[in-house]
Design a protein around this ligand. Structure first.
Ligand code: ADP
Ligand code: DP6
Ligand code: CO
Length: 351
């Protein structure tokens, strides 16, 4: 809650001059990966990507305007942010301020329930929640498409967490002006048959990665001879993925997602110097997924910029998959996620 007087806050938000807003967003896991930018400043990706927003690990972010303050204050998980983490949020707020025509600095409080920087998409839930809260606090009235575009500027993957369930993020127009590219690069919901999917999340290491997604993808694009072939094959993967989702074919969805992710990791391994996020524990979990398949359980793995594994399966199989993964990674923690909601503003009373 922003205010000790929630009723006053709700009323103020209706006037669009709240000065204070709180939002919640969930991480999303890509089944077709975003890896590589064609424009660093605008955060325009090289490829389209497609994801599932989770119903676990919400981030809650409150933005409070501080007209008297000379600088922004950002508190992340109870600790004052500094360095790159602070710089990213301030740059994002600058963008919002410019659009709103309001120069006020802000105080941002954000709580992740997902481990930060571990390849579990904290930047997605983090910047989606910040986009929704900051837009409201600065009095911008944006629809979901515009919020997706805005969230993208904080972290590319955040564009997809504005939406619930399955979402595709369009790379956007390649020819023409920067403004046209910016306008056309946003996420939107993807039509899917009722798959009743689960993502079993195996957290084998909750610690922060040594190399951020941003730096790793830049190095991959700049130096990896495998990058271009992967980007080309990713286009076909997306076409096939859309068809598999429409058909409700979870085996096909899983197969395409797994090969797309392994291909992405191959591009990083071939970068110079190599970027390797997969650890021995990751491979042990991957072996358990192979065993599940051999035993007739459709289960497919995907990994992001970190060692943690997400296993796509039917919800009806999720307990069995979780048990197999738990046995494979005894030191880790395992939880079962389902498709979750898009980012939303909390009312003044916290509901
Ligand atoms: P991840 O795999 O967790 O998405 P990234 O390397 O993409 O890892 O991004 C991690 C960075 O995202 C953090 O170091 C921080 O700068 C930013 N971040 C994470 N959570 C938040 C948040 N709730 N609010 C603002 N920034 C955040
Ligand atoms: C491997 O969105 O975290 O998770 O745009 O630089 O903030 P920035 O990168 P980020 O990259 C996510 C990469 C990925 C794949 C994905 O989520 O699509
Ligand atoms: Co990220």
């Amino acid at each position: 809650m922003c205010s000790e007087h929630p009723a006053a806050l709700v009323q103020a938000q209706e006037w669009g001059t709240a000065g204070c807003a709180t939002a919640v967003a969930h991480p999303n896991i890509a089944l077709i990966k975003y890896w590589g930018k064609r424009d660093e400043h605008l955060v325009l990706p090289r490829v389209d990507s497609l994801s599932m927003t989770l119903d676990v690990f919400p981030t809650t972010t409150r933005v409070h305007l501080a007209p008297e303050a000379g600088h922004d204050t950002v508190v992340l998980d109870g600790r004052q942010a500094e360095g790159e983490a602070l710089r990213r949020v301030v740059a994002f707020l600058d963008l919002v301020r410019e659009r709103a025509g309001v120069a006020d600095r802000a105080v941002v409080h954000s709580e992740n329930t997902v481990p930060t920087g571990a390849g579990l998409a904290s930047s997605a839930s983090g910047f989606a929640a910040l986009a929704v809260a900051a837009a409201a606090a600065y009095g911008l009235d944006l629809d979901a498409t515009a919020l997706s575009r805005l969230a993208r500027r904080g972290s590319g993957s955040a564009s997809r967490s504005i939406f619930g369930g399955f979402a595709v993020w369009h790379a956007g127009l390649d020819a023409g002006s920067a403004a046209a590219a910016d306008l056309s690069s946003h996420a939107e919901p993807v039509p899917a048959a009722d798959l009743d999917p689960a993502l079993v999340v195996a957290v084998v290491d909750a610690g922060p990665k040594a190399v951020s997604s941003r730096v790793a993808m830049r190095r991959t694009v700049d130096t990896s001879p495998l990058y271009e072939p992967w980007a080309v094959s990713s286009k076909d993967d997306l076409v096939e993925m859309r068809a598999a989702l429409l058909a409700g074919d979870i085996e096909a969805v899983g197969e395409i997602a797994e090969r797309n992710a392994l291909g992405m990791h191959a591009t990083m391994l071939a970068a110079r110097p190599a970027v390797r996020y997969l650890s021995p524990a990751t491979l042990t979990v991957l072996d358990s997924v192979l065993r599940l398949r051999r035993d007739g359980v459709p289960a497919y793995a995907t990994m992001d910029a970190g060692p943690n594994v997400k296993v796509l399966c039917r919800r009806a199989d999720a307990d069995r998959v979780a048990e197999a993964v738990r046995d494979a990674a005894p030191g880790g923690s395992v939880l079962v996620a389902a498709p979750g909601p898009g980012a939303r503003l909390l009312r003044g009373d916290g509901r």
